[in-house]
Design a protein around this ligand. Structure first.
Ligand code: PMP
Length: 378
């Protein structure tokens, strides 16, 4: 039988057939009216998925999540600017690296495995370092830790810092309200909870951040908002504009996928992710497996779970029919596994995944029973 393994890693995820069908259509000219409509619509829908203000600026660019991170920082940070990185794992460390490469004086706060710094610690760091930009990883995919973006954005704004949120493992799954929370740049990549194959970076930028970016000369052509702004504005106005060839098929697929997110409704989608995560957590508890994130910090988009005694890092390869991921954080890479539960993830996927893990561990089904029970409660 063809490869029917279910992809349950934290990105790329399983994609819906109609999204893949849009990918597989004949490639249109980037100036074709039908493509102009798809691109314009994808931009409008991005703003809605991010719950961003109508005057925020979406950018959809060919590239991965790392490009989105690089782009955000390239446009906001100048040589010598102070920046604060809220550090919850491997991807926060990548953001600190990017900040440093664009010339920022970077201070990190946090950095303890499985933990997130408290708002008080962040306020103290802001007062000591006076950053112009605060970066925060909404969900660090290496640790499964979710940060309190709402509180961090509030304290950063109170101290007049711009707030950049790496939402690669959150946007479309975790609650993120860009406008209500005052987030200046929220960024993600197509292959996670946005439900589109890898290859697109998506950023939504507040007017405040656009104003900061306008005063800056960016030492990269491809990353410069100023190069892309006329493109995004034109397509949203349903007009063509060329700067660099857009990823035509991916944009078409993204538009279909964002349409599905909005048809489900963002609040319903957040609630479904919460429900699926609760079911996984009930299973891990019943199986007496320990989570990597401290109590209360576990994300809804993935689980990071320590192997039990006697199980080593070859374990993911022994789980039959389901693809799960190993560890990523350098301090504990071989000690835990990760399961993605975002996008189109269903109750059946949860039960199948828990069952396969349980069988690979030689367990009898406590986890499945607990997941099942959790899924039956509203
Ligand atoms: N940030 C986070 C939180 C991520 O999970 C990832 C990808 N796993 C990235 C950034 C980088 O994205 P990409 O791999 O698409 O470059």
């Amino acid at each position: 039988m063809a490869d029917r393994r279910l992809l349950m890693i934290p990105g790329p995820i399983e994609f819906e057939p109609d999204v893949l069908a849009a990918m597989g259509e004949r490639t249109r000219s980037h100036l074709d009216p039908a493509f102009i409509e798809q691109f314009g619509s994808a931009l409008e829908r991005s703003r809605k998925v991010f719950l961003a203000s109508s005057d925020s600026q979406p950018f959809v660019i060919a590239g991965s999540g790392t490009l989105a991170m690089d782009m955000a920082i390239a446009n906001l940070v100048s040589e010598g600017d102070a920046a604060l990185c809220v550090d919850t794992g491997y991807f926060s460390a990548r953001m600190a690296d990017i900040l440093g490469r664009w010339g920022a004086r970077v201070q990190s706060v946090g950095g303890k495995l499985g933990e997130a710094p408290s708002t008080d610690e962040i306020v103290a760091a802001i007062k000591a370092h006076r950053p112009k930009v605060v970066t925060v990883t909404h969900v660090d995919t290496s640790t499964g830790v979710r940060t309190d973006v709402e509180s961090i954005a509030r304290v950063a704004r109170e101290h007049e810092a711009l707030v950049v949120v790496d939402g690669v493992c959150s946007v479309g799954g975790e609650v993120l309200r860009q406008e209500a929370w005052g987030v200046d740049v929220a960024l993600t990549a197509s292959q996670k909870a946005l439900g589109t194959p890898p290859g697109l970076a998506v950023l939504v930028v507040s007017p405040r951040a656009m104003a900061r970016a306008k005063s800056k000369k960016v030492a990269s052509v491809y990353l410069d908002f100023a190069q892309w702004l006329p493109v995004m504005e034109a397509y949203e106005a349903r007009k063509p504009f060329y700067f660099a060839t857009p990823a035509v098929n991916l944009v078409a697929a993204l538009d279909v996928s964002l349409g599905k997110l909005l048809a489900e409704g963002m609040e319903a989608r957040f609630a479904r992710h919460q429900q699926m995560a609760n079911a996984f957590r009930a299973a891990w508890r019943a199986m007496e497996l320990e989570l990597l994130p401290r109590e209360g910090l576990a994300a809804n988009t993935l689980s990071a779970v320590y192997y039990p005694e006697g199980v080593d890092a070859t374990f993911p390869g022994r789980v039959s029919g389901i693809v799960i991921a190993g560890g990523l954080h350098p301090e504990a890479r071989t000690k835990y596994f990760r399961v993605g539960h975002m996008g189109a993830v269903s109750a059946n996927d949860v039960v199948a995944t828990v069952s396969a893990i349980e069988r690979a561990l030689g367990r009898r089904g406590e986890g499945v029973a607990a997941a099942h029970a959790s899924l039956l409660t509203k």
